[in-house]
Design a protein. Structure first.
Length: 103
């Protein structure tokens, strides 16, 4: 058996439906990391930030852990206000992490 044949069996192509998920996860984690660091700089606990934004603590924690990234502008605006940063700051994070929203 050739090396090429062995490699192609070991690294079979992923189905096209899986590729967006591969990109989405690290970008969601990056967005969550940015949110967590911004919250820490603001001197807020998760509970305080969630409360100020009108979100459930579990929802905020999920975002910081790289879970579902909010897609609603109102949620992003509320997060920016809670973190005491401009909406443009959150929008910049969104632009950097935009593949987290790919379908």
């Amino acid at each position: 058996m050739s090396t090429t044949s062995t490699m192609s069996k070991m690294f079979a192509p992923l189905p096209p439906s899986y590729l967006p998920e591969i990109r989405r996860r690290p970008m969601g984690r990056l967005f969550g990391f940015c949110i967590r660091k911004t919250r820490e700089i603001a001197g807020l606990s998760v509970e305080e930030a969630a409360g100020l934004s009108g979100m459930a603590v579990s929802e905020w924690m999920s975002i910081e852990d790289g879970g579902p990234v909010p897609q609603e502008l109102n949620t992003l605006r509320a997060m920016a206000e809670a973190l005491q940063v401009s909406f443009e700051t959150i929008a910049s994070m969104v632009l950097v992490c935009r593949t987290a929203w790919e379908l």
